[in-house]
Design a protein around this ligand. Structure first.
Ligand code: HEM
Length: 161
């Protein structure tokens, strides 16, 4: 798989902060994923236009059956990234999968600002989901894992050859 090198070391403690909060949150993954994207659309309403299945739908946003899976995927992949970062100091996603991810996000017009809003909304969603665990260290651990994954996806966001 393609390899993205870390600048800093992702510590065992940081991995533990991500995984222990995810272990609590994953019971409500669907609900939290939905919350994450409702928050994103609250901050950046136009981001809804990126999603083909939202654009042409009469179903209310919070009841759209296709929104949850993408939202949960974002959570799961960031969490997996944290585990990989700790294990090997890098994010390894199968080449073909990473290429698809890059191509899809490029094709649908996802830009830097969307990734930034999503990061902010992700951290807020986690903070509200596990307030008793939340700390600056936990925030930083999720941030690093998210940023590394974002960097890996963005590296593949080029016009198709
Ligand atoms: C599709 C993951 C961030 C918008 C997808 C897919 C995955 C994914 C797995 C489906 C794969 C494919 O079709 O090739 C992620 C991860 C993210 C992320 C892990 C963050 C680290 C974002 C952001 C936006 C976004 C920030 C925009 C706000 C979309 C759109 C699609 C998509 C529009 C296509 C949906 C459709 O089929 O209409 N994403 N995504 N994603 N993602 Fe993301």
């Amino acid at each position: 798989g393609r390899v993205i090198r870390m600048e800093a070391n992702f510590t065992e403690e940081q991995e533990a902060l991500v995984t222990k909060s995810w272990n609590v949150m994953k019971k409500n993954a669907g609900e939290l994923g939905l919350k994450l994207f409702l928050r994103i659309f609250e901050i950046a309403p136009s981001a809804q236009n990126l999603f083909s299945f939202l654009k042409d739908s009469d179903v209310p946003l919070d009841q759209n059956p296709k929104l949850k899976p993408h939202a949960v995927t974002v959570f799961v992949m960031v969490c997996e990234s944290a585990v990989q970062l700790r294990k090997s100091g890098k994010i390894t996603i199968k080449d073909s999968k990473l290429e698809d991810l890059g191509a899809t996000h490029f094709k649908y017009g996802v830009v830097d600002e969307h990734f930034e809003v999503t990061k902010y909304a992700l951290l807020e969603t986690i903070k509200e989901a596990v307030p008793e665990m939340w700390s600056p260290e936990m925030k930083s651990a999720w941030s690093v894992a998210y940023d590394q994954l974002k960097t890996a996806i963005k590296a593949e966001m080029n016009p198709p050859a």
